[in-house]
Design a protein around this ligand. Structure first.
Ligand SMILES: [Zn+2]
Ligand SMILES: [Zn+2]
Length: 344
């Protein structure tokens, strides 16, 4: 098999669209989107905290507009008062007053993706060790259509089910995880991406997989595949879409109304042999040692404990969500040894 094709980061842009598809989907646009969404997050923590605040304000306003006053109130209350366990330079733990658990809430999304990472990273490491498989990040895409998010998600999930039934897939993959990312193009047409961590038994020719995807969808062969070198980073990348299933900055009232209808839709799941492995998995000593760095040891930290990063004693600061970005800024810029006493 041609191993070299697998190291290519972006695939698909060099291949001409099939005739039946060219009028439906601008291929280059899709491929650009895929790469863009996979770029690392370079913003500082204070910038990200400010963005989360803005997103929540935006969501609450939209909810009020739709008459969803209770939802708006929940979003506003969520993480509005914080207990921050800090040495002054590092933040060891943040305990919120309340969590709204709304799917589009960026604060609750972060918690959800952390939980998923803690849950699945040990299992993934165990699976790779015991089944001799290597992980890849596979992004499956579909053509843009005039349909709602629910139909679009069902369409790509059904295609993926068909793909998994094919001999090629069974020969090369031993299961993995999937998550959904919703998108809407300039013309208001929906398309959904399926982000997959696939555990591969052996190398294969990427062109064959593209043909298989075309057979499963009937009209799309556009996909993106990259090997995962560090499974912790790979998993973090994929669960990102659980906390951010879509671009909320361009989100309007209609989008929210439609999203509220997706209440019971699953956004993340496991499949294949990996799914069965998850059910039976109990970490051995080896597996546990291999994963301890992500286990949430911070859960046990209280006031007076040593900061895990600098050993200075931790103290508890109460603040509002609006003060958090500024506090992050202070920790980002404070020199070693300086404690942020102005917050006491
Ligand atoms: Zn929330
Ligand atoms: Zn510290």
């Amino acid at each position: 098999m041609k191993q070299s094709t697998l190291s290519t980061d972006l695939i698909g842009s060099h291949r001409l669209p099939v005739a039946s598809q060219s009028k439906l989907s601008p291929q280059t646009y899709l491929d650009k989107r895929v790469t863009k969404s996979q770029r690392g997050n370079k913003r500082t923590r204070s910038q990200r905290a400010r963005e989360r605040l803005r997103t929540k304000e935006h969501l609450a306003r939209l909810a009020v507009g739709l008459g969803e006053v209770e939802l708006a109130h929940k979003i506003e209350r969520c993480h509005s008062r914080l207990s921050v366990l800090t040495c002054g330079r590092h933040i060891a733990r943040i305990i919120p007053n309340f969590t709204c658990e709304f799917r589009l809430c960026p604060d609750c999304g972060r918690r959800r993706s952390r939980k998923l990472q803690n849950k699945y990273l040990p299992v993934m490491r165990g699976f790779m060790l015991h089944r001799k498989v290597t992980p890849v990040h596979l992004v499956l895409t579909q053509t843009h259509r005039k349909e709602d998010r629910k139909q679009s998600a069902k369409r790509i999930k059904d295609s993926f089910t068909r793909l998994q039934r094919r001999g090629f897939w069974k020969e090369y993959f031993k299961g993995g995880t999937w998550s959904l990312e919703f998108a809407k193009d300039k013309n208001g047409l929906h398309h959904t991406h399926l982000h997959i961590i696939g555990f591969r038994r052996k190398f294969f020719d990427i062109e064959l997989l593209r043909d298989e995807w075309l057979a499963a969808t009937g009209d799309s062969h556009v996909l993106h595949l990259k090997p995962i070198k560090d499974i912790a980073a790979g998993l973090q990348e994929v669960v990102k879409y659980v906390s951010k299933p879509l671009d909320i900055r361009r989100f309007g009232a209609d989008d929210l109304r439609e999203f509220l209808k997706l209440k019971n839709m699953r956004m993340f799941g496991t499949f294949g042999e990996f799914r069965d492995f998850c059910k039976d998995f109990e970490p051995s000593d080896n597996d546990a040692a291999a994963v301890s760095e992500l286990e949430s040891f911070s859960r046990d930290l209280v006031e007076g404990c040593a900061c895990p990063q600098c050993n200075e004693p931790l103290f508890d600061l109460r603040m509002s969500a609006k003060e958090l970005p500024q506090f992050y800024e202070q920790t980002e810029s404070s020199p070693p040894g300086k404690v942020g006493t102005s917050w006491n």
